[in-house]
Write a new protein. Structure first.
Ligand code: SAH
Length: 254
């Protein structure tokens, strides 16, 4: 798949494509990313990309024309109908389901906003979808674009060290959309605290049951709506329900 990124800060991107496990996806081209410097598409000596808002008020607004020119160059360079995505607080919140969708797509053209945002006429005419990464305001869409690219890259086959290990992560349907269980590594006792006995038992079924129980408890505690979703989808068995009932009884007692 291919992602084209339109940004005023192209220098922010390269370290993310050459570091950590996800570099495999970027270097192999399984997630092919091209960064487009918006300023290259601005006119005049000053290569202006922003201007004051009509109606007054603070801040600057990204002008439509440089974005339009840059988009034209990208369209000429890729002969598909990749959607144009703008990062914005008003967008749909990014979650595992949409990341999984993007990771199996042809990719997209990602527009990183800056200043107060983008001239609405460009959005109305050329943006197909808007994505938010949460209910807070960033200074620019670059971190949001990197969040999407990183999450998409780690879902590519062969990117994580263990094939399928992303299926063990939080929100993955392979584990019914539950949150992850706690993890422990050496030493066996750290500052007087031992590792839970079940994990040291070497008994595969017991270890899996322990992990499942912790996933259920943690999810019920932090994100009860995910338990409801798993239940609604018929993904919880009797043993699961017993753990959840026991947890409820315990919290009722305390
Ligand atoms: N005036 C806008 C905020 C602009 S912040 C508002 O109040 O909604 C500048 C740019 O940062 C935005 O154009 C967008 O591309 C990016 N951005 C800010 N917060 C974001 C978020 N939560 N998710 C995705 N992109 C965000």
């Amino acid at each position: 798949m291919r992602f084209d990124v339109i940004t005023l800060f192209p220098e922010l991107f390269p370290p993310f494509f050459t570091s950590g496990v996800t570099r495999r996806a970027f270097e192999s081209g399984s997630v092919n990313v091209r960064i487009w410097s918006l300023r290259d598409f601005a006119e005049g000596n000053y290569r202006r990309v922003d201007d004051r808002p009509f109606g007054g008020g603070p801040g600057m607004v990204m002008m439509a024309e440089p974005l339009f020119q840059c988009l034209g160059a990208i369209r000429a360079d890729r002969d598909d109908a990749a959607p144009v995505v703008l990062f914005s607080p008003i967008g749909t919140r990014l979650d595992h389901g949409s990341v999984a969708g993007w990771s199996a797509s042809i990719g997209a053209i990602l527009v990183c906003g800056r200043y107060e945002g983008v001239d609405q006429r460009f959005i109305d005419g050329h943006v197909d979808a808007q994505i938010s990464i949460g209910d807070f305001v960033l200074s620019g869409g670059e971190i949001a674009a990197l969040a999407l690219l990183d999450a998409v890259a780690r879902l590519q086959p062969g990117v994580l060290n263990d094939e399928g290990s992303h299926q063990m992560d939080s929100f993955n349907p392979a584990l019914d959309g539950l949150l992850d269980c706690p993890h422990f590594t050496r030493p066996e006792t750290w500052h007087g605290q031992p590792v839970p006995a079940a994990l040291m038992s070497g008994h595969h079924a017991n270890i899996e049951r322990w992990r499942r129980d912790r996933r259920l408890e943690i999810t019920a505690l932090h994100r009860p709506e995910l338990i409801e979703a798993a239940r609604g989808a018929g993904r919880l068995n009797q043993a699961d329900e017993a753990v959840l009932a026991q947890q409820q009884n315990q919290s009722a007692l305390t």
